[in-house]
Design a protein around this ligand. Structure first.
Ligand SMILES: [Ca+2]
Ligand SMILES: [Ca+2]
Length: 374
């Protein structure tokens, strides 16, 4: 067990389990099975985003592009996110607290994204690979519409004054963002945004930067996939993932041509476990980085041909050091004068260096080259 290091004394039982179940994998590839961060929010002080933040384990927060909140004089309206004890009905298990984001339906007259509530964890040490899981629940009266950023992992240069400087010539990249996205024609989409690195270089992702996607990339590196046909072959056995249909019973794959409705995937006031494993490419420009995605512990996406970091000045590689929940929204289903807000909640965030043994996963995507896995 000497190979193990344990961050912050968290969940030592679980880390020991890693070692029992995957001893050869862990030790032969020289990884430390380390829980880097976890938070159930229950011990957080009450926090509304516009107040000074008692970070309590988190590193940065953003409360941007908010039109209506109590702090702006709109009684009963909300900041972009909050962590408060009165939201226990929005916390997992119905007790304690959670991260509750409020999106606003707002059209400022141009293509702005709004209500940008983000909590960021800066990892003390950058990592070549990360597993992150969390639970998400949408309001029972969630409007199936628009686009909402829910989760991100990225590399930040740690030198600039803000970790929120994105785009080319920014200070972040590579970046992976997972969005909620819905249209009446196509239903709810598995929306991935890929941005390259390092730190503002190669920001825009192109076709050759990730091979074997079920759909073409658009814009700066966006892929909008279905939870049906575009999952074919993604299951660990090479088949089609069994994503539960939480509205009708059975699985989404029972009808591969259906547009998946919001409640089929996310249910109604139900928690959905979402997880990602990210692995940096082994060298500049090499398409051997990886991304795996789980929904309720079922693998729904995997790709091990990603060039997260491309050729760059100095040809340096960078590591994952930022994990964030929340984000801004493109949502304009209601007239501005309605001042419409609606929430989703995230709870039980877990970040580790390896895929936990209780997660459906039987095939390490990429073992470092030249090192034998016994
Ligand atoms: Ca909680
Ligand atoms: Ca608001």
């Amino acid at each position: 067990m000497k190979n193990m290091s344990l961050s912050k004394g968290l969940r030592s039982d679980r880390v020991k389990l890693f070692a029992l179940v995957f001893p050869s994998l862990l030790f032969s590839i020289g990884l430390n099975a380390e829980i880097l961060f976890e938070d159930n929010f229950d011990d957080q002080p009450d926090y509304v985003a516009s107040e000074d933040l008692n970070l309590n384990g988190w590193s940065f927060r953003r409360n941007g592009e908010v039109e209506w909140s109590e702090s702006k004089g709109f009684e009963g309206k909300h900041d972009a996110f909050e962590v408060v004890s009165t939201n226990r009905d929005k916390a997992r298990g119905g007790v304690g607290k959670s991260f509750v984001a409020w999106r606003e339906s707002y059209n400022p007259g141009w293509n702005q994204f709004n209500s940008d509530g983000i909590l960021l964890k800066q990892l003390s040490t950058g990592q070549d690979q990360l597993y992150v899981s969390f639970y998400v629940m949408f309001s029972p009266n969630w409007t199936p519409a628009g686009q909402t950023k829910l989760f991100r992992v990225y590399s930040w240069d740690e030198a600039s004054d803000s970790p929120f400087k994105f785009f080319s010539n920014g200070n972040a990249g590579p970046i992976f963002i997972w969005d909620y996205s819905y249209s009446d024609s196509y239903g709810v989409r598995n929306f991935h945004a890929y941005r390259g690195g390092p730190h503002g270089e190669n920001y825009s992702f192109e076709g050759g930067d990730i091979l074997g996607l079920p759909r073409n990339m658009v814009n700066l590196g966006d892929v909008s996939m279905s939870y049906t046909r575009d999952t074919i072959g993604m299951a660990l056995n090479g088949g089609t993932p069994k994503i539960k249909d939480k509205r009708n019973g059975g699985f989404l794959s029972d009808n591969l041509s259906q547009p998946v409705r919001h409640e089929q995937l996310f249910g109604r006031a139900e928690w959905t476990k979402v997880a990602f494993f990210l692995k940096m490419n082994s060298e500049v420009g090499k398409t051997d980085g990886a991304l795996i995605q789980w929904i309720d512990d079922e693998v729904v996406f995997r790709n091990d041909k990603i060039s997260w970091v491309g050729e760059n000045v100095g040809n340096r590689m960078v590591k994952w050091n930022m994990v964030g929940i929340g984000g801004n929204d493109f949502f304009r289903a209601y007239p501005n004068e309605n001042k419409h807000e609606e929430w989703y909640a995230i709870d039980d965030v877990f970040v580790s260096t390896v895929i936990p043994p209780d997660v459906n996963f039987n095939n390490p995507p990429v073992a470092p080259e030249g090192i034998k896995v016994e």
